[in-house]
Structure formats: C-alpha cells, structure tokens
Design a protein around this ligand. Structure first.
Ligand code: NDP
Ligand code: GDP
Length: 333
C-alpha cells in the first residue's frame, strides 16, 4: 500500500485529494495546524475524517515538518499548505512570504535531509503570471501582482532548484483557479454562491463585492487534484499548467448564480464595496492545459455552468436544512 502525506489536508484541495487517494487505496496522512477551534469540517463534510491519519505541523516550524515526514514515512508528499488568499496577502505580506514562500523551502530542506527519494508535488499558482496578456502556458513569464504571487514565484523557483541541484523528484502544478462547495468563504465564487443562498432564504438582501470585471479560468477542484496525482506517476518530474482554457468574469458568475437560484436580475443584488477592491488586481487569467492533456492524459470534466450550479445548489441546500446558530461572518481583506 502506498503512503501519501498531504501538507494542508484541512483545505479545499487537501480534502478532495485525500478522498481521491483513499479511493486509490493509499494510506493517507495529513497535516493540520493548531487552532483554537475545530478545523476538520471539510473532511467531516465528505465523511473521510476517520480515514485520514492527522499530524500537527506548521510550515513556520521546521521541526514539525520533519516530524510529519518521519511519522508518515511517505512515498509521495503533496505540499498544499499555504496562506492561499490573495486579498489577505496585501494586508499580511510578511506572513504570506513566510508561509507560502519560505514554508515551501522548509519542506524542500526537510525532504533533502530526510527522504531525498520521495516524490513531491508542489502547488504553484496562475497568480505568478500576473497580467501577462496571452493565454498562459509553462513557458509564459512570471509577472506577479500580489505578495501572494511573489511568494509563489519564490516557492516555484526554489522547487525547481531542488529538482535540478539535488535530483529531487519535485513537480509543480501551475493550477488556475479551482472552486467547489468546499471553497473558502472569502473567495469570490464561494462568497457569491453562499450569499446568494442567504438572500434566497431572506438572511440578507445584498452582496458586497469589489472588481466585477475581473476574469478567471475557473475549474472544479475535484478534477484538479487528479492532475496532481498524475504528475507524480510520471517517469520524470516536470511542471504543468492545469486549467480549463476559458475564462469568465465575476459578473458572469454572479449572473448565472442568480439565475440558478431564481433571484432575477443580479444588478439588484449587488453593491460595490471599496474594501474588496485590491491595490493591484489581475484582469484576466486563462491557461493552456495542452501539455497536461498530451503528457498526463488529463482534462477537466466539469464545465463552468456545472460548477456554478454545483456550488449554488450546495449552499441553497445548506440553508434549507440547517438553521445556523451563529451568523457566520465573512473574512474581509
Ligand atoms: P486552502 O486555503 O483551502 O488550504 C490551505 C491549507 O494550508 C489549509 O489546510 C491550511 O490550514 C493550510 N495552512 C495555512 N497556513 C499554514 C501554516 N502556517 N502551516 C501549515 N499549514 C497551513 O487552499 P486550497 O486548498 O484552495 O489550495 C491548496 C494549495 O494550492 C495552496 O498552496 C494554494 O495557494 C494553491 N493554489 C490554489 C488554487 C485554487 O484556486 N484553489 C490555485 C492555485 C494554487 P487551515 O485549514 O488551518 O487554514
Ligand atoms: P484569486 O484569483 O485567487 O484572487 O481569487 P478570488 O476569488 O479571491 O478573486 C478572484 C477575482 O475576483 C479577483 O480579481 C478579485 O478582485 C475579484 N473580486 C471581486 N469582488 C471580490 C470579493 O468580494 N472578494 C474576492 N475574494 N474577490 C473579489
């Protein structure tokens, strides 16, 4: 039985990946960090919490990363842990650089010291490309426009360095935005699906948003974790863009979500709040997944409309069946 260690198993991707690997008969270990409240709600929602061996580790703490590797003795490590929200990276650039940037280096150094023969997947990001104008592929230049993007460029280049200098089997997935009903509540897609559902059940009347013209290449997280695994089944490590190849605006997402919820014209549901406008933003991110299609045999299964429908129906279902004892407040920038 193969063993996998997922750094950041409590996140959106960590949860889908754990589920995927369990179905492939892996023994799955996953790290979580100390919090003052429970943090396993995603694993519990899809009913796999009892199947994952959890280990406490923080990317700020070298010893805890080493401990997680020693305890799990894995064949494959998936480094998904990060401060992953671009908005927060503007207000907490030092923390973002420490965790998303240096944290990756701590993982690489622990692997070099302890288990140089394992396979590593590293979560790179389309944010690294910034406003480079064309459809992005593995050879496009990095022009990051946020502290998060800058930290991801550092982590990406450092992962390549450890691959080239020390022969570590390390592959970087340059993933474009991927969403799901398990997406964090501060990301725009989940804010829309969750708050549309709140409006439907008369818990609020308006959604406050920022830049509605921004376009993203939105795919389904469940499809994207399969690509992570496929990268580690290749003979040699490499970097791959994972994307759908089409982008849609925040407005389009909103319009479709409102239609699915039966709420009519979305213009009546939205107010623009400057608090959600970023100091710098990326206008349009769209990726070319040709290399992943050709070399990995990967392609997305869920399209944009299906994704919006899945997210809105999930959140409507949540509010239909559950009366929230507390008003869950959304984290702002
Ligand atoms: P999430 O924010 O949902 O999950 C991030 C995970 O990292 C969580 O388990 C989180 O723990 C953990 N984490 C945060 N800080 C630390 C820390 N200091 N030490 C250890 N663990 C920590 O992100 P996603 O699942 O969406 O993304 C997974 C990875 O892919 C991230 O690296 C992200 O940057 C990258 N990525 C994501 C994209 C997307 O569209 N989803 C696109 C491209 C790249 P906790 O639950 O306690 O917060
Ligand atoms: P990102 O691509 O990783 O930054 O993912 P987000 O979901 O956080 O943001 C996607 C795009 O939506 C960005 O261009 C944001 O500026 C834009 N956007 C517009 N309004 C909002 C909002 O209220 N919250 C967030 N998170 N993003 C918003």
């Amino acid at each position: 039985m193969k063993k996998a260690l997922i750094l950041g198993v409590t996140g959106q991707d960590g949860t889908y990946l754990a589920d995927f690997l369990l179905k492939k008969n892996y023994e799955v270990f996953g790290t979580f960090r100390r919090t003052s409240h429970k943090c396993f709600e995603r694993l519990e929602e899809i009913k796999i919490f009892d199947l994952v061996h959890t280990i406490k580790a923080d990317l700020a703490d070298q010893g805890s990363i080493q401990n997680a590797i020693k305890k799990s003795d894995p064949d494959e490590i998936y480094n998904l842990a990060a401060q992953s929200f671009v908005g927060t990276s503007f207000s907490q650039p030092i923390l973002t650089s420490d965790i998303t940037g240096l944290g990756t280096l701590r993982v690489l150094e622990a692997i070099k010291q302890l288990t140089p023969n394992i396979k590593l997947y590293h979560a790179s990001s389309s944010e690294m490309f910034g406003n480079y104008p064309e459809i992005k592929n593995e050879n496009s230049p990095f022009l990051p426009r946020s502290p998060y993007g800058v930290a991801k460029v550092f982590a990406h280049n450092m992962t390549k360095h450890y691959r080239e200098a020390y022969g570590i089997f390390a592959s970087c997935g340059i993933l474009f935005n991927h969403e799901s009903p398990l997406r964090g509540l501060e990301f725009v897609t989940r804010r829309i699906s969750y708050e549309i559902a709140q409006i439907k059940f008369k818990k609020k009347t308006k959604i406050s948003l920022g830049n509605l013209k921004a376009k993203r290449d939105w795919g389904f997280a469940g499809d994207y974790v399969e690509a992570m695994w496929m990268m580690l089944q290749q003979k040699t490590p490499d970097d791959y863009v994972i994307a759908t190849g089409e982008s849609h605006s925040v407005e389009e997402f909103l319009s479709l979500a409102s239609e699915i919820a039966g709420l009519g014209d979305w213009h009546d549901l939205v107010e623009i709040d400057p608090e959600f406008i970023r100091p710098l933003d990326i206008d349009d991110l769209v990726g070319d997944p040709s290399k992943a299609k050709k070399e990995l045999g990967w392609k997305p299964k869920v399209n944009f409309k299906e994704l919006v429908k899945m997210m809105v129906e999930h959140d409507i279902d949540y509010f239909r069946h559950y009366v929230d004892p507390f008003d869950i407040s959304i984290n702002r920038n």
